[in-house]
Structure formats: structure tokens, C-alpha cells
Design a protein around this ligand. Structure first.
Ligand code: ZN
Length: 163
């Protein structure tokens, strides 16, 4: 069947940056399932996969606007060292999970540690980046009513879902 809204799609994918470096890939492991039309993956990739069938392949460059969004300068700021409380040895490149203004989980990346404080970046690590995907469709099936209700795929081995 063709990929359309309310399908569960299993794919193998490789994500590369503009320099050709692999950022992420599941090739060699289990195919990754997602619910098409369920905002499980970035909009630009979902759009590109629409209408493909099992065995189909695609290479697509997803622009930041349809990926993880542009870099928001206001999300890069210096915070006092005390904001990290007990955590010692904070180094550039470290990542922490914080709660965003609407309660969502936000990844904070440490950019620089100075006398004045710690420069943090609250942008998604892939914000502002073109996402070069190579995708192979492994399986397409209809979502179950439960999957549609939850908005994500359930695996067939009876693995329980926490919702
Ligand atoms: Zn679920």
C-alpha cells in the first residue's frame, strides 16, 4: 500500500549534514516505525515520503523551516553557574534536559564556560541545518485504532505502551 495519513511506516534512514557527515542512521538495525500524519518525524521528510510504497527509496534535502526550525538567537544566553546547582565540571559540548516555557523537554547545549557564567544554547542541535535524508521504505501498514489514539506506532511483540 502507498504511504498516506494514518499508516504505520517502517523505514531505514540515514541522515547526513551538508558536509556529508552521518548524523544519525538506523541502517544495520531494526527499521524505524512512525505514524504518517502523526507529527512523529519532521514535516519535510513526512511530505517527501507521502505516496511511496514498500521498497521505495528517496533522497531528500529538508530545509530548516521544514526540519527543526531556524536557530533562535534569543535561545543562546549566558546563565549564572549557580543555575546548574550541584553539577560540577561543566564543559562545552555537554547537553542537559531542561523544561521549556510550555513544559516541553528542551535540550540545552553548553557552548562556553567563562568567568561571567555559562553560555548555553537552547536551540535544537539540528536547528538551522539542512537535513539530508536517504530513506528506504521497508513496510507500510494501516495503523490500529489504538495507535491512532496514541499518535504513535506500537510494536507487534506485545510490548506494552506507557500511555
Ligand atoms: Zn501508545
Amino acid at each position: 500500500m502507498k504511504i498516506a495519513d494514518n499508516c504505520i511506516v517502517f523505514m531505514n534512514y540515514t541522515l547526513k549534514d551538508d558536509e556529508g557527515q552521518t548524523i544519525d542512521s538506523n541502517v544495520g538495525g531494526e527499521p524505524m516505525p512512525y505514524l504518517h500524519g502523526g507529527n512523529n518525524i519532521v514535516p519535510g521528510l513526512e511530505k517527501a515520503l507521502d505516496g511511496l510504497e514498500t521498497g521505495g527509496t528517496i533522497t531528500v534535502a529538508v530545509q530548516p523551516e521544514e526540519g527543526y526550525g531556524p536557530v533562535i538567537p534569543e535561545a543562546i544566553q549566558t546563565v549564572p553557574k549557580e543555575a546548574f546547582g550541584e553539577i560540577e565540571d561543566i564543559k562545552p559540548g555537554m547537553q542537559f534536559q531542561a523544561q521549556g516555557p510550555e513544559g516541553q523537554v528542551q535540550v540545552i547545549t553548553i557552548k562556553e564556560v567563562t568567568e561571567e557564567g555559562i553560555l548555553v544554547d537552547g536551540n535544537h542541535p539540528l536547528a538551522g541545518k539542512v537535513l539530508n535524508f536517504e530513506v528506504e521504505i521497508m513496510e507500510v501498514r494501516e495503523a490500529t485504532p489504538e495507535e491512532l489514539e496514541h499518535g504513535h506506532p506500537h510494536m507487534g511483540d506485545g510490548e506494552s505502551c506507557e500511555h
